[in-house]
Design a protein around this ligand. Structure first.
Ligand code: N2P
Length: 356
């Protein structure tokens, strides 16, 4: 009896607290009788600082759900297969032009995006959507090669490293048609946007030779694999490499002398978005110079936001893998939408993936 009474006396405040908490969470999930708005973002992995997402959720009283894709083509295929429910996407610019041509993305409402004034005009000059009609540049990626210092001998800063038979089984290249064919084209002195059948045939021959040395084609696990020493040399995106350098200081990165792929991933709102106003609010939040600098300092990709540059730590401002040297930049290119010639790339890619 005593124990029961004691337990129930102690239990009452606990019960009241539980009911109170439950009531609170109902209040916070419902505002003015409406469910809490949810922003559904479909993006690359490790591509936004989690603390900033939480800050936006708090400030706007909303939830943000992040779903990830590993390549532009995989994202596009999923949308074409009927995936709906996304409010914001971050495809690379060449994929944005294709999606725009197909009516898959909305024209942006500039009145909701006052922070567009911070975008770097030098970048916009080279951008495909120069007026930011339907896309806003989010992050710039430089593609290169990462390796483990002390574990790879005689490093030459060239795409030819993938031909090194002594590294057989310990290297990876991207599971990304345009990036990987682009690397071979660049190695051969051709454009990453070549539409010449002869040049693509040359690239295919080179890739078939490189493939024998690769452990796999991969876009996400490679960085952990490099940090752990499973892989010694990998085809890599700049920010991913600098993120894993926190775990293994022997990780090194270079942009091959032949030049490379520079990509910009853009923020776009799909035509069928349910939370377009909230998507605009999130874009504008990400473009605030202080937010952009904090995001870049965490993910190590560069947001082309001119007013964020002075706020970046020296480690980022002086990093030639993030701000490319002019000579390398001049030899590098952005992937463009090559229209019908894409079929040539698909054929090369399919044969490469099927080869043994
Ligand atoms: C982030 C992937 C980088 C985006 N994990 C490639 N454009």
């Amino acid at each position: 009896m005593k124990r029961t009474n004691g337990a129930s006396r102690a239990g009452l405040p606990v019960l009241a607290a539980v009911i109170g908490l439950a009531a609170l969470s109902v209040v916070s999930a419902v505002s003015c009788g409406k469910a809490m708005p949810t922003l559904s973002v479909y993006t690359w992995s490790d591509y936004v600082k989690p603390g900033l997402v939480r800050r936006f959720e708090r400030e706007r009283g909303c939830r943000v759900i992040l779903d990830t894709f590993e390549s532009n083509e995989a994202m596009y295929a999923k949308l074409r297969a009927g995936a709906t429910g996304y409010d914001l996407l971050t495809p690379s610019s060449y994929m944005v032009s294709l999606m725009h041509a197909q009516g898959l993305v909305r024209r942006l409402d500039r009145a909701l995006l006052p922070n567009l004034v911070h975008i770097d005009p030098d970048y916009l000059e080279k951008a495909i959507d120069k007026t930011m009609d339907h896309s806003v540049p989010y992050m710039i990626t430089n593609t290169g090669i990462a390796y483990l210092d002390g574990r790879v001998k005689d490093v030459v800063t060239s795409w030819r490293m993938f031909g090194r038979t002594d590294l057989r089984g310990r290297m990876t290249m991207f599971n990304d048609m345009r990036e990987t064919i682009g690397a071979a084209l660049k190695c051969l002195g051709h454009s990453i946007n070549s539409t010449s059948e002869a040049e693509l045939a040359e690239a295919e021959t080179l890739l078939l030779e490189w493939k024998k040395n690769l452990a796999k084609f991969d876009n996400e696990q490679y960085k952990i694999g490099l940090a752990s020493g499973e892989f010694l040399l990998v085809h890599a995106w700049s920010g991913d490499v600098f993120q894993v350098r926190r775990e293994n200081p022997d990780v090194r990165f270079f942009i091959p002398d032949e030049g490379t792929v520079i990509s910009c991933d853009d923020l776009v709102i799909p035509t069928d978005a349910r939370e377009a106003a909230l998507a605009h609010a999130f874009i504008d939040f990400l473009l605030d110079p202080a937010v952009a600098a904090e995001n870049t300092a965490f993910i190590y990709y560069l947001c082309p936001n001119k007013d964020s540059y002075p706020l970046l730590p020296a480690e980022i401002r002086d990093n030639p893998g993030i701000f490319l040297e002019p000579g390398i930049r001049a030899k590098s290119e952005m992937i463009s939408d090559i229209g019908a010639a894409n079929a040539l790339y698909i054929r090369v890619w399919d044969r490469l993936k099927a080869s043994r």
